[in-house]
Design a protein around this ligand. Structure first.
Ligand SMILES: Nc1ncnc2c1ncn2[C@@H]1O[C@H](COP(=O)(O)OP(=O)(O)OP(=O)(O)O)[C@@H](O)[C@H]1O
Ligand SMILES: [Mg+2]
Length: 229
């Protein structure tokens, strides 16, 4: 079992966001988490990675309870650029991850090459564009060669070339056996990456396998959400 979420309930005060989420991922696949703004995608991903407290439920990641920091030996979470330090360089960030995860230094060269950030890795993050930061975050997330890679809107701010290279990287990682759970609003891109979509709707999730239907992601999305006012 790679990930199992059972009866996950999460409220912010009286505002109930996740109302009993149940799903599991058993084999390495690419799953896109989809839903309108405010549906609770980031809340779900943050809860899985134990970045926010949950009200109820059990979450297990690669055999670990999600509150056990050991789960991060084989899991990475790519969130947003707020975790970056402007006055440090990209390489500073990567060597920091290398040290705390006790990885080989050569891994830094491998990921800078794989993600294509070699040209600017020695520059301070304060000089990076949004897409450059996004790629540094991806490089940091890949340092530990994760079995499960969780990403909250990894395509945000990327130019077309970077979207294509990120798409190819996701496919490559998947072929290498990495399981990927990513949220995105770019339905056309999701269609190019995966057939498995986890829709978040009114606090519950619904897994849809588009290979079993004639729908594309946009058609499924509109069928599910068009009546929501
Ligand atoms: N720290 C917080 N305190 C109170 N309410 C919050 C907090 N974080 C999120 N919410 C609320 O929870 C709901 C879900 O937010 P969340 O950020 O998980 O949505 P999302 O699906 O990731 O949206 P988006 O597509 O805009 O990223 C929203 O109604 C939001 O206002
Ligand atoms: Mg979000």
């Amino acid at each position: 079992m790679i990930l199992s979420v059972e009866n996950l309930v999460k409220s912010y005060g009286k505002h109930s966001v996740l109302k009993g989420i149940n799903f599991s991922i058993e084999v390495p696949e690419v799953i896109a988490l989809v839903g309108p703004n405010g549906a609770g995608k980031s809340t779900l991903l943050n809860a899985i990675c134990n970045l926010i407290p949950i009200n109820e439920g059990t979450i297990r990641v690669l055999g670990f309870d999600h509150k056990d920091p050991k789960m991060f030996h084989h899991t990475s979470f790519l969130k947003d650029a707020t975790v970056l330090y402007p006055y440090l360089t990209g390489l500073d960030h990567l060597y920091f991850v290398q040290r705390i995860q006790k990885l080989s230094k050569t891994r830094v060269d491998e990921v800078t090459l794989k993600v294509g950030i070699k040209d600017y890795a020695s520059r301070k993050v304060s000089t990076y564009s949004t897409g450059m930061k996004q790629k540094l975050l991806l490089a940091m997330a890949l340092m530990n060669q994760p079995q499960l890679l969780i990403m909250d809107e990894p395509l945000n701010g990327l130019d077309p070339t970077s979207i294509i290279s990120t798409r190819n990287l996701i496919k490559e990682l998947h072929q290498e056996g990495t399981c990927i759970l990513l949220s995105s609003h770019t339905l056309s891109e999701i269609d190019l990456i995966t057939k498995k979509i986890l829709f978040l709707d009114q606090g519950k999730v619904y897994l849809e396998d588009l290979s079993l239907s004639t729908n594309n992601a946009e058609k499924s999305y509109l069928e599910r959400y068009q009546d929501v006012s």
